[in-house]
Design a protein around this ligand. Sequence first.
Ligand SMILES: [Zn+2]
Length: 433
Amino acid sequence: MIFARSFFALFALIFLAAVSPAAGSSTAPATALTAEEQRLMAAVEAGKADFAADLGRAVAIDSATENLAGVRQVGELFRGQLAALGFDSRFVPLPVATGRAGHLVAEHRGTMGKRVLLIGHLDTVFPGANFKRDGDQVSGAGVADMKGGDVVLIHALRALHRAGLLADTQIIVVMSGDEELPGSPLAVSRRDLLDAARRSDVALAFEGAIENTGTVARRGFVAWDLEVQGATGHSSGMFSAAMGSGAVFETARILSGFYDQLHTMDGITMNPALIVGGTTAELTATGGTVTGKANIIAQRVLVHGDLRYLSNEQLAEARAKMEAIVAKHLPRTSAELKFNDNGYPAMAPTPANYALLAQLDRASRDLGYGAITAFDPRGRGAGDIAFVSPPLPGLDGLGLGGKGEHTIHETSELTRAPELVKRAALLIYRLTR
Ligand SMILES: [Zn+2]
């Protein structure tokens, strides 16, 4: 829709205005860094040989979301590393009913500059314990998503600590144990993250970097269910005043309306994924059953699907359109649309997020690594940062990227790790002055 397109164009303009004065100076002059910043970069250099071993230790622990003991073990590994830097670190278990292990929460208390929230996650989609290294090539569950990012985060903080620059900074690290399959209800499983956000000014997340981009927006999603009822009887009565149009035609009308109204909204996707209809119909999240005959008018149709969106405003607009379509009815039919409340929120592309991206871009160019641009949010799935940004200014995509995330062939390259640690350390340093 016009709303969403102009929304994007506006932020793109703001972003260009923010970065264009220095665009073109991709090689940094030596003077771009202060003496303290140079000391910080020397500390990153001094620690970079440990990166592969630190990543290997984390990936060697199987921490698929459902493996509660493994998630906790990875949490303990990182907890110890952050405690050594002066963080007050603890593993916060979740109630057993959630079926999830809990989260690592580590806090460094101070008063200087902005209060920074750093976000990682401990769990992986597939079981791990399969770390392999061949030169700079590494593979195993979580090398990119996102134990690689967790190690970038920790190495950046370790460099700040070794350079004596962590003193009096206010930094909270939250690594969820259930990012890949959040525990329910979200109000419980995301309570610690939301608590940390209330005591922070800005959020940085370390999901994998995608080339030279930063993530200023991630789409949210919500699941929905449509239930349609119609009068039933002999098919020869179809279209009569008594029998009306049947539940299947009514469903076709609704879905075709959804398509017409939503497929042109920029940033929206809507997927009717499962459908059953007939005399009887039952549906679960992954399958269904149906009975019926060609000479009986269908009485009941169930549809299950999802809706992905860029901002709460866009979600409200799409929902209003869907509800208006459902509210009309073909003769002798009725329909009800329900939105599930356990979806993931959107990280909207706000001006504050673009301002943070401009700071990362500045840090990257000051280090001689070139410009950082905004990644297209349509290509990025939901993530934990969306629970806190908005309201906090947020930036994601600061971790070690890779290939094959969410598959059993997840790989990454260590060559870029020092660059990622340096720019993260420099960004955190500048935010906390
Ligand atoms: Zn992830």
